[in-house]
Design a binder for this molecule. Structure first.
Ligand SMILES: [Zn+2]
Length: 63
């Protein structure tokens, strides 16, 4: 049950930039701010405190 419903994906937005999230095998990724949000038990945890940087997102820690 790791798949998220398409209708859910359609309304989910990055809490930081309100950008569209890209689904990943075990998380949701925002390409705009290079953050990755975990999905736990099929529930996306769209919290900045739980987000991790997907790559060298220079200012992610200081924002
Ligand atoms: Zn974002």
């Amino acid at each position: 049950m790791s798949e998220l419903a398409p209708e859910l994906l359609a309304i989910l937005r990055c809490p930081r930039c309100l950008g569209i999230l890209e689904p990943e095998p075990d998380g949701m990724r925002c390409d705009a701010c290079h953050l990755r949000y975990p999905v736990r038990d099929g529930i996306p945890l769209l919290l900045l405190s739980d987000a991790t940087a997907t790559q060298d997102a220079g200012d992610a820690a200081g924002a």
